[in-house]
Design a protein around this ligand. Structure first.
Ligand SMILES: *Cc1c(COP(=O)(O)O)cnc(C)c1O
Length: 454
């Protein structure tokens, strides 16, 4: 067995191709969530690490045989769980190619093509999201880490104004910064706030209205020691904070605003939906995912920051061997150095969609959520939110019935969706976020909800 034998590579990649195509062709006939029986196959992975080398063909065969029966069918069209999103075919194809190229996106000198394509993505995203043209973009694994980057930039910037060099002095003995966020802030945000050394005691919580938006009148007194964290797209209701009002106050008083817009920030790219993000360009930093609404491959988180110095001072790494390029070095905007060139597949998805394709994708997701809400309501379900974007909160009248309905839906194999607690109630949460979901899929979803009521 020789790993470099070209026929071996041909055979291996051919097999991956055939397996992938078969998977995508069949995927809508599999249960959306693997059955308990299928999941038993996962036990076949419980084995000692092989002593001898295996033929890669055998390795791939084993993976394909078990994997294609045990995956959660997110690349199909009837997965409404979490806010996960599907994957565009161009995303799969470009990612294959990028993986084959094995580019390290850290520095321009390591991969000029990744540097170029990230620079292009930066420009395109600035235009799509109507951001200030000083904005810098970094690519990370997801919105969680993107938020970490935005808050690290915020910390650096706010301390600098107080004449405290946080890189030099750290946090011990530092003046206090105040973190202000809504009571509906995503869990990843508080995690990152704590990771940055602020501690829960630095956090001031603003109550939210019935849709989960921060109540502007309930903001505490803002000053220049504040970092405000706002949200574009609540994971349950899909609602957006009032950026226009809050950012204006923050900007006047010298506070930093970061918007967590994991899936919602893209709303700005649709004429029909951009009223939701009004004033978002007034913020200082934004985090958003490619892998949710945009349907890029995992893992693609985007940090955008209006102040180049703040983000690079927070995240820049030094080393005698580091040779910075002339145009763009991706690693100066993110915590990591070596990483996959996710800018390649991000570029490919944006290039394929274009402005119109993206807008029509966004509009379809919104229409899909409205369709579900309307029909579920007619059937007697309570829809607990206004349909701002692509999220629907469903309640079956009481907790017991809601749990029963959820259980039936999750074991139906036809659709899958999750649950949450919303304003004290146990609810079912639907997210329309796959490019593939069409009227047919939505009708099937409605039918499952009807069956589950019986
Ligand atoms: C998904 C999500 C996150 C976390 O993003 P990851 O890409 O999973 O790291 C943060 N905030 C909101 C509002 C989200 O929807």
């Amino acid at each position: 067995m020789s790993n470099n034998d070209p026929s071996n590579i041909n055979q291996l990649l051919e097999m991956a191709k055939v397996e992938s195509i078969n998977y995508l062709m069949d995927v809508d006939s599999f249960p959306v969530f693997p059955t308990n029986n299928a999941l038993k196959l996962l036990q076949l992975f419980d084995e000692e690490i092989p002593t001898k080398q295996n033929d890669p063909i055998d390795t791939l065969k084993k993976l394909a045989a078990i994997g294609s029966k045990t995956t959660v069918n997110q690349s199909g069209s009837r997965y409404f769980g979490f806010v996960n999103g599907g994957i565009l075919p161009i995303g799969i194809a470009s990612r294959w190619l990028a993986d084959t190229w094995d580019q390290n996106a850290a520095l321009e000198v390591m991969s000029p093509i990744s540097a170029k394509l990230e620079q292009v993505c930066e420009q395109w995203i600035i235009e799509l999201l109507n951001l200030p043209n000083t904005t810098k973009m970094g690519l990370v694994g997801g919105t969680s880490v993107a938020t970490l980057c935005g808050l690290a930039a915020a910390r650096n910037h706010q301390y600098k104004k107080m004449n405290w060099d946080v890189n030099e002095n750290g946090l011990i003995g530092a003046p206090k910064l105040r973190i202000i966020m809504g009571d509906q802030t995503h869990g990843t945000v508080s995690k990152m706030v704590k990771l940055l050394g602020f501690g829960a005691k630095s956090i001031e919580i603003v109550p939210s209205d019935d849709q989960g938006r921060m109540i502007v009148d309930r903001l505490p007194v803002i000053d220049e020691s504040c970092i405000l964290i706002l949200q574009a797209g609540n994971v349950c209701s899909g609602s957006f904070d009032d950026f226009n009002a809050i950012c204006r106050i923050a900007n006047m008083l010298g506070a930093w605003t970061h918007i967590d817009g994991a899936f919602g920030l893209w709303a700005q790219a649709s004429e029909q939906l951009k009223h939701l993000t009004l004033g978002m360009e007034l913020a200082d930093s934004w985090s958003v995912d490619g892998h949710k609404t945009l349907n890029t491959p995992y893992d693609c988180g985007v940090i955008l920051c209006k102040h180049p110095t703040a983000i690079t001072e927070a995240l820049h790494q030094q080393g005698s061997y580091i040779e910075l390029g002339k145009s763009r070095d991706n690693m100066i905007y993110t915590p990591d150095m070596s990483r996959r060139a996710r800018g390649i597949d991000l570029w490919a998805c944006l290039h394929h969609l274009g402005k119109e394709g993206l807008a029509s994708l966004l509009n379809r997701l919104h229409e899909g959520a409205r369709y579900l809400a309307k029909h579920l309501q007619e059937m007697g379900y309570v829809i607990e939110n206004d349909i701002h974007f692509n999220q629907v909160i469903v309640y079956a009248g009481n907790e017991t019935s809601t749990r029963q309905v959820l259980k039936k839906l999750q074991s139906s194999g036809v659709i899958w969706c999750g649950s949450a607690t919303w304003k004290g109630k146990f609810i079912i949460r639907l997210s329309v976020c796959s490019w593939q979901t069409n009227e047919h899929d939505l009708a099937k979803a409605i039918e499952e909800f009807r069956k589950a009521l019986r």
